[in-house]
Design a binder for this molecule. Structure first.
Ligand SMILES: [Zn+2]
Length: 340
């Protein structure tokens, strides 16, 4: 893989806010990248992107998915003092948002910056500044505009239902770490596009007709509920780290079972075989609190086999971190899979 290209691509994609329900700009960016490489693309009604790559065999079709939608917030109501109350989109760890910067995006496309704070934000004033719970009822968004009343906020064009995007703070360190919110799962989207670049550049021949699928509602449960005509789906999504799990920030994780049950036995066995053969740094784990786009597809009634792999991501749905070694192993495993 080309690490410099991967890094540049990641910085570009992370600069485009894409909470579930507000992914059009990210999808447009990705669609243009795929088209520039000469691939055929299409979108379904809810905005998922399908990039088609023909393979040697046309009788059995494969899908590889990653989701570009992220966690976020939405304006729930406007307070009399000009601050905003919010509802969450997906399941961010709300206490980790205390003090984070955000962007409020109005329906007519204006963007205002702000800060997410607790309602007891000052240690010199509030006895419970350190101990107050951090949840949607005890946190607010302070807009970086001179607003002293609800009317002032309405005059800016901000209203209930506006998207609030959280600053991902994407950082690649010299030591190879990637620190950012939403490594789940934009870093897998970047990984799939690195694979597309490699297919284009190195004329890699795929075993089967393959759809690279970018979903847009995974964080709220129905990302891959609609799919192109495929026989099996490999979801590429973050690998879990913690407690009795063996995956680290340096591994590609192969998930044998998550909250929705076991993945396809043959596919998982084949992925483990390929990981061994390619000498990937890998782990096989059971994710305790997790559902993927494969679950969404199966739940919607698709007649497919499904499996799940992805780079190990620490502190998921908070301030996440992984390492380039995990990305490299994921790339190796994906390349072996599409050619097998
Ligand atoms: Zn995810």
């Amino acid at each position: 893989m080309n690490k410099e290209r991967f890094k540049e691509f990641a910085y570009e994609l992370y600069a485009i806010d894409s909470p579930s329900g507000y992914t059009k700009k990210a999808i447009e960016f990705l669609e243009n990248k795929a088209k520039a490489l000469g691939f055929e693309t299409s979108r379904n009604q809810k905005g998922n992107l399908h990039v088609f790559v023909p393979g040697k065999d046309h009788s059995y079709k494969v899908g590889i998915s990653a989701h570009t939608d992220t966690l976020g917030l939405m304006v729930r109501s406007i307070n009399g003092d000009g601050t905003l109350r919010f509802t969450n989109i997906g399941g961010p760890i709300l206490p980790t948002l205390d003090g984070e910067y955000c962007r409020i995006i109005t329906r007519d496309g204006k963007v205002y910056t702000g800060t997410i704070l607790s309602t007891s934000p000052a240690v010199h004033v509030f006895k419970d500044a350190s101990t107050a719970p951090r949840n949607a009822d005890t946190m607010i968004v302070k807009i970086d505009e001179i607003v002293k009343s609800k009317d002032d906020v309405l005059k800016l064009g901000i209203m209930n239902g506006d998207i609030i995007a959280i600053d991902p703070k994407t950082t690649f360190t010299e030591s190879g770490f990637i620190k950012s919110r939403f490594l789940d799962d934009k870093i897998s989207v970047c990984t799939l596009f690195e694979i597309l670049n490699m297919i284009h550049e190195d004329k890699i021949e795929l075993a089967h007709d393959t759809y690279f699928i970018v979903t847009t509602y995974e964080e709220v449960g129905h990302g891959a509920a609609n799919l192109p005509e495929i026989d099996e789906l490999l979801a590429c999504d973050m690998g879990c780290i913690g407690q009795d799990l063996t995956c680290t920030e340096y591994d590609v994780s192969i998930c044998a079972k998550d909250s929705t049950g076991p993945y396809d036995y043959e596919m998982v066995s084949k992925l483990i075989e390929l990981a061994k053969r390619e000498k990937c740094q890998y782990a096989v784990d059971i994710y305790p609190f997790y559902g993927s786009d494969v679950g969404a597809a199966l739940g919607a009634g698709h007649n497919i086999k499904g499996a799940l792999i992805g780079p190990g991501v620490a502190a998921s749905h908070g301030m996440e971190r992984t390492h380039m070694q995990a990305i490299e192993s994921t790339v190796k495993l994906l390349l072996a899979y599409i050619q097998a």
